[in-house]
Design a protein around this ligand. Structure first.
Ligand code: NAD
Length: 365
């Protein structure tokens, strides 16, 4: 018995932070006696260089046959040539589409010992703990028509925000399920006053919430939400929204945590109950400006590994062991450069991974 994990390290700091996440998973496997089998494949720019495509068919087959996928990040200036259509990011789009990864889950929390790293005042961010659920395979980024054309009056272009009842219902269900293990509050964010697609979104969300009488669903307009997120983030528990709104608001929410290097994500193909195939990656990119220097923060990747245990392997206790270890190492004052402040102890990417591993090995219970 064991679990198969596909490891796609990618580009830039991807390999560095993924190595630490894998090391932590191996420590968890050792301590709790699980068989985790890791299989690696190149992705993104690294795959373009070696295989001529950002996501080879055999890599996709590997992912489809795995219990979960651990990914670093893709992209970088080396592959930014505008003359070619082959781009590292296509690997992510292909994975999401082929594996039907429709729900992107991004927990954002403010650690008490890091409140000074947020540009917002401590009294605003203290206690913030939100899970965003972003619809990932529909909406404005995929709707048709999507085109650009010439007219006698000049150039025109169109994108289409399109959602089916099915697409809305399944992602709202993911949010409601997550809320059940938290404060049981879901805010659905839309643009009901201006978009027909948002009216359907709100109607279907309300219908789905009737299946969850223990969960309190409310609705908020995207413009109001963007302000409330910065002014009063502690009022939110679970937030569910469309692909584009989710893209924007989850980056905005990153300021609550204080560094991109702290934020994990999960992209799921089903409900977050039982064992669901998912892709786990930090929300940050490949950070080419610091790649190879050993200073990247691996905590986002390590916390993504915790989500992998929780949602794809149904190992909640083991997931919490990682999260407790992360908090404990931060409480001990260890910091990578991005979250360093005077009086704390600066460590490298690898040292941070080692500290988490040591905590997991030493933990009781
Ligand atoms: P980025 O997230 O890579 O970096 C933004 C800033 O945050 C940089 O200053 C970087 O040094 C810092 N940073 C990011 N992660 C960090 C970490 N773990 N520890 C410490 N500092 C960290 O965003 P970018 O610079 O806009 O993009 C760089 C490349 O990454 C681009 O090619 C972009 O397309 C790609 N990208 C990939 C993904 C992905 O793979 N999912 C997501 C976003 C961007």
């Amino acid at each position: 018995m064991g679990y198969r994990i596909a490891v796609l390290r990618g580009d830039g700091i991807g390999p560095e932070v993924t190595a630490e996440a894998q090391k932590v998973l191996e420590a968890v496997a050792g301590r709790f006696q699980h068989g985790l089998h890791f299989e690696e494949a190149p992705v993104g720019g690294a795959a373009l260089d070696t295989m001529g495509t950002p996501m080879a068919d055999e890599t996709l087959t590997l992912c489809q046959g795995s219990d979960a996928i651990l990914l670093g990040a893709v992209g970088g200036p080396k592959w930014d040539d505008a003359r070619t259509d082959l781009r590292p990011e296509q690997a992510l789009f292909r994975l999401r589409k082929e594996l039907n990864l429709f729900a992107n889950i991004r927990p954002v929390m403010s650690y008490p010992m890091l409140v000074d790293k947020s540009p917002l005042r401590p009294e605003i961010v203290t206690g913030a703990d939100i899970i965003f659920v972003r619809e990932l395979t529909g909406g404005l980024y995929f709707g048709q028509p999507k085109k650009r054309w010439e007219t006698p009056q000049g150039r025109r272009a169109v994108d289409s925000e399109e959602y089916s009842e099915h697409e809305i219902a399944r992602v709202v269900r993911v949010a409601c399920e997550l809320a059940r293990n938290r404060r049981r509050m879901v805010v659905s964010v839309d643009k009901f006053n201006a978009l027909i697609s948002s009216r359907l979104w709100r109607q279907v969300a309300t219908e789905v919430a009737e299946e969850y009488p223990d969960v309190d669903l409310s609705h908020m307009l995207a413009d109001t939400f963007s302000m409330q997120l910065i002014m009063n983030p502690t009022r939110f528990d679970v937030v569910v929204t469309t692909n584009m709104f989710g893209d924007i608001f989850t980056d905005e929410a990153a300021v609550l945590a204080g560094s991109m290097g702290l934020l994990p994500s999960a992209s799921l193909s089903g409900l977050p109950t039982g064992r669901t195939l998912g892709l786990y990656e930090p929300i940050h990119g490949s950070a080419p400006d610091i790649a190879g220097e050993g200073i990247a923060n691996p905590l986002a990747a390590i916390l993504s590994a915790a989500l992998l245990l929780r949602y794809s392997l149904d190992l909640e206790f083991e997931a919490q062991a990682i999260e407790v270890a992360v908090t404990s190492v931060l409480e001990d004052g260890y910091r990578t450069s991005d979250i360093y402040s005077e009086g704390t102890k600066r460590v490298t990417t690898q040292e941070m991974g080692d500290l988490i591993v040591a905590k997991i090995r030493a933990a009781k219970g």
